[in-house]
Design a protein around this ligand. Structure first.
Ligand code: SAH
Length: 404
């Protein structure tokens, strides 16, 4: 008999109480509580502890992780429940279910997907990317980091034979003021970096040294769209990282493809990847150079340009500078692109809204004096779902533009 169902256990996590009227967002399932909304915190709590959130009228609201910083609590459950292995299994099971439902887990042409996307999967602070057998975990909160053992066990239980190893890559993502000093490493098994298959194209993924979890899975569909516009075009893939957009352009029939990134290592991997997909193909060249310098001296030879820079704004308070950065970059893009060219331009900064981004691009187009029409408005793919109660989760913004 399942005792738990019949006699629900009252859980007893330390209490965090909100100021009067501050419970509304939580009642609408928003997963964050800002520090200004908190009136009382039980003594002795440490960053990352599980807490139970109560309204000023002492009504239970949710369970979450406490943190130092402007977001004081990140909610992981809106129910009175125990956060144990069973909880993690259910959460990961539900995340996997979604990836299976959308056909992104274990298909012949794709062996890579995002398995857990933070708030989008009800688990703020946790990212898990799945690379054909290796789950790469990235914790963005101390709370999540403290659960990494249970998360690993849950992954083993849910993925079974399909899981060969779990790699923790939280070294650069845990807030540094927390005092915890995580080291990247395997939590289960061990495997070499391997070749990812994305829509049938091969990519070298290095989760040990690569950026983020090793590969930018979030551009999968946008790369596919680019393929359709590449025939007969001269392509510049700016901020290419491991060359993602370049190979789609090559497969799509581009005349020439130039890949540029300031990281010499990224350019090295890009070249290896080109060789793996299109051995001996002379249409491709790669340059380890700063984007602005490269664009400044490049002539007007490209009629398909991709601008996919790193996040210019990591926080709200640097928003204005970030917008200036997007304006400057895109202005040069508009000045350089050939008449009748197509530009794919992106922002992956969560702090920059869709409207802000569009305004920045509008200002760039105007300053370059070009006639510009929007062909597509792009976002992140379905394995990076947005929790409807957490619109902030829609971080990737892209515009495909026809430039006359
Ligand atoms: N488009 C890539 C992801 C881009 S990530 C993909 O599809 O996988 C951003 C890249 O910008 C990183 O590889 C980083 O090395 C590069 N970068 C950062 N600053 C740069 C600069 N000033 N000039 C050129 N590249 C830069």
């Amino acid at each position: 008999m399942n005792q738990k169902k019949k006699f629900p256990k009252m859980i007893n996590y330390p209490k965090v109480t909100l100021k009067p009227g501050k419970e509304h967002s939580i009642k609408r399932f928003h997963p964050w509580i800002f520090s200004g909304a908190v009136s009382r915190v039980e003594e002795g709590l440490e960053e990352g502890d599980l807490v139970a959130l109560y309204s000023s009228r002492d009504e239970f609201l949710a369970i979450g992780h406490i943190a130092i910083g402007s977001i004081a609590v990140r909610i992981i459950s809106f129910e009175q429940e125990e956060i144990n292995l069973d909880f993690w299994i259910r959460k990961i099971q539900s995340a996997l279910q979604l990836r299976k439902a959308i056909g992104l887990y274990g298909t012949a042409n794709n062996n890579v997907c995002r398995l857990v996307h933070g708030e989008g999967d009800g688990l703020p602070g946790l990212i898990i990317d799945f690379y054909a057998g290796t789950a790469v975990i990235q914790c963005h909160s101390v709370g999540m980091y403290l659960h990494r053992g249970e998360i690993t066990e849950a992954l083993q239980s849910v993925l079974g034979e399909n899981l060969k190893s779990v790699f923790d890559k939280s070294e650069g993502t845990i807030p540094f003021k927390s005092g915890i000093e995580p080291k990247n490493g395997y939590l289960y098994g061990e495997s070499e970096s391997f070749v990812a298959l994305e829509n049938g194209l091969k990519f070298n993924v290095d989760w040990l040294k690569g950026q983020k979890t090793g590969f930018f899975i979030d551009q999968r569909e946008n790369r596919s769209l680019l393929e359709h516009y590449s025939k007969g075009r001269s392509v510049l893939n700016m901020f290419c990282y491991t060359g993602g957009f370049s190979f789609y352009a090559m497969r799509g029939g581009a005349n020439l493809v130039h890949s540029v990134d300031s990281s010499a290592r990224a350019i090295e991997i890009t070249k290896e990847n080109v060789e793996a997909n299109f051995p001996g193909d002379t249409r491709h060249e790669a340059f380890a150079e700063d984007a602005f310098k490269y664009l400044d001296k490049s002539g007007e030879k490209y009629d398909l340009i991709i601008l996919d820079p790193p996040a210019f704004a990591k926080h709200k308070n640097v928003l204005q500078n970030a917008l200036k950065g997007y304006k400057r970059l895109n202005s040069i893009g508009f000045e350089k692109i050939k008449k009748g060219g197509i530009m794919f331009t992106f922002s992956c900064s969560q702090a920059v809204s869709k409207e802000d981004f569009r305004k920045a691009i509008f200002a760039s187009a105007a300053s370059a004096g070009r006639t510009v029409r929007i062909l597509h408005q792009l976002t992140q793919p379905a394995d990076h779902p947005v929790n409807i109660y957490h619109p902030e989760g829609e971080y990737l913004k892209g515009l495909v533009l026809y430039v006359e």
